[in-house]
Every structure is written in C-alpha cells, then in structure tokens.
Design a protein around this ligand. Structure first.
Ligand code: IMP
Ligand code: MG
Length: 173
C-alpha cells in the first residue's frame, strides 16, 4: 500500500474554492464566461468551482492535452489531444487547471488559445508548485502554493489512480 499524507483537507479546499469563485464573480462583467477545463485532472475542481459562481452564464468546455512521458514529470513535449468544438473569438476565457508544475503545458496552451483571439484569457489553478517552474506562466487565480512534492487526490492522479480522494495528499513511496 502506498503511503498517503494529507497536505490540504477537503474543508480547506472547499473554503478556498469558494473564495476563488467570489473573486472570479467580482472580476468578470455580466455575460458569458467560458471555463476551459483541462482533462482530466481539473474536473473535480471545475465541478466545485462552477457551483460557487453566482452568474448564470458560465459555460464549460473541455480540452485534452498530453505531455509525452508518464510517471511523475512531464517531458516537455505537449500536444492537443482533444480540441474545443467552438470558437472563443471575442469571449472571456478562463483556463481551469489542477496544478501548474513546470509550466510547460500551460505556456503552450495559452499560446495556442491566444491565437484564437479571445477577449480575455486567464488561468485559474487549484495548486501551484512555483519551485518547479521551467517556463514562466502568468496565473491569475491560485488556490494553494505547495512544496515540490508529488500530490494526488481531488482529481489529481498517479498513473490514473487516486483521483477520488477528497483531500490533496502527498504520495510517498
Ligand atoms: P506542467 O506542464 O509540468 O506544468 O505539468 C502540468 C501537469 O502535470 C498537470 O496538469 C498534472 O497533470 C501533472 N502534474 C504535475 N505535478 C503533479 C502532481 O504533483 N500530481 C499529479 N499530477 C501532476
Ligand atoms: Mg492536468
């Protein structure tokens, strides 16, 4: 059995996600806001985040991104495996991510999406590991900064397991 140590409890996550939702509601004008969830890790965060928003014009879209190589680090080679099926031109777009690690995935994705001329393009991530950054990314909403540890739960996986944990846990040996 792998060792799991709770880093952020379900209660702490709930409270922080509510604060992030309030901030997002306050920052965006009335009208459509497109949340683009990056599969698969961000689906739990997305599901909780949208329910904290008061507006009735939140739209949800999904994108698949793969960075080659599995295990605990991304290799630096990124590609879109599932694209949006609508235009985001002229729209307010908020990318919803589970975690920013090296920054390789998001710096690639923001370049791809910016070319489609959204009205605005920002990033909301539940977790950020700033020590690991290799490529700079401008993240507007960060839930928690965490140390350089591999974490699972609340949507995040290790080899597809552990996504169902309600807390964020450090995965030991
Ligand atoms: P980046 O391109 O290195 O920033 O990697 C981002 C992606 O790597 C995230 O969307 C996750 O899928 C994965 N990742 C990075 N760190 C962790 C972690 O600690 N646990 C689970 N997945 C992680
Ligand atoms: Mg991810």
């Amino acid at each position: 059995m792998p060792a799991l140590r709770t880093l952020i409890s379900a209660e702490q996550i709930g409270e922080r996600v509510r604060e992030m939702g309030e901030q997002i509601d306050a920052d965006y004008p009335e009208g459509p806001l497109y949340l683009i969830s990056i599969l698969k890790g961000s689906f739990v965060f997305l599901a909780d985040l949208i329910r904290t928003l008061k507006r009735h014009t939140v739209r949800v879209e999904f994108m698949g991104i793969s960075s080659y190589g599995s295990a605990k680090t991304s290799s630096g080679q990124v590609k879109v495996t599932r694209d949006l099926d609508l235009s985001i031109e002229g729209q307010h777009v908020l990318i919803v991510e589970d975690i920013v690690d090296s920054g390789v995935t998001l710096s690639y994705l923001t370049r791809v999406l910016a070319q489609r001329r959204p009205r605005s393009l920002e990033i909301a991530t539940l977790l950020d590991k700033p020590e690991r950054r290799v490529q700079p990314v401008d993240v507007k909403y960060v839930g928690f900064e965490i140390p350089d540890e591999f974490v699972v739960g609340y949507g995040l996986d290790y080899a597809e397991d552990f996504r169902n944990l309600s807390a964020i846990c450090i995965l030991g040996e």
